[in-house]
Design a protein around this ligand. Structure first.
Ligand code: MN
Length: 172
């Protein structure tokens, strides 16, 4: 009887140890997000699905500062791009700043190679410069956007980044 009890106790301890080890392995593998990630949560809410007349594929926008009173001459927003989603080609009369908070994506100015974007990257986009920004083919991208000097006018939209242009820009 004593022996059987001992075996049962050992089984209980071993099972507990295995579950603990598996939990730790799961936490480590999920905590270490590489270039490809499907986790697009950030401190800011995703907001609403955006219009497909200025974006390709699914994009979410949350306006954080609309500056309706025109007190700051700046608008601030959180943008979430699903994999392969991107803006149309466009330019900002007053410039734009992007702060990448999650995932992997690209920024490209017309006629230049695309720049790879990762969490923590900052892009300062000069006035009246044709460009696009968006997610990598297999990753979300989340960035904060700031439109500066908005009194100079809204963004000018210049048509979609074609699948061919996107493939060429994002090819490794
Ligand atoms: Mn832009």
């Amino acid at each position: 009887m004593i022996c059987r009890k001992g075996v049962q106790e050992m089984k209980r301890i071993l099972t507990g140890t295995i579950i603990f080890a598996l939990s730790m392995m799961y936490m480590v593998s999920c905590g270490n997000q590489g270039g490809i990630t499907m986790d697009n949560n950030t401190v800011f809410a995703k907001g609403d699905k955006a219009s497909n007349s200025i974006f390709s594929n699914t994009v979410w926008v949350n306006m954080l500062v609309t500056d309706e009173e025109k007190a700051f001459d700046t608008q601030v927003y959180n943008v979430t791009f699903e994999p392969a989603a991107r803006t149309y080609w466009h330019s900002h009369p007053g410039g734009q700043i992007l702060l990448v908070t999650k995932g992997t994506g690209y920024y490209q100015e017309k006629g230049k190679p695309a720049r790879l974007l990762r969490e923590g990257d900052v892009v300062a986009i000069p006035k009246n410069t044709a460009h696009w920004h968006g997610a990598a083919p297999e990753s979300h991208l989340v960035h904060l956007g700031m439109s500066t000097q908005v009194h100079l006018g809204p963004a000018e939209w210049l048509g979609p980044v074609t699948d061919e242009q996107y493939r060429e820009a994002t090819a490794k």
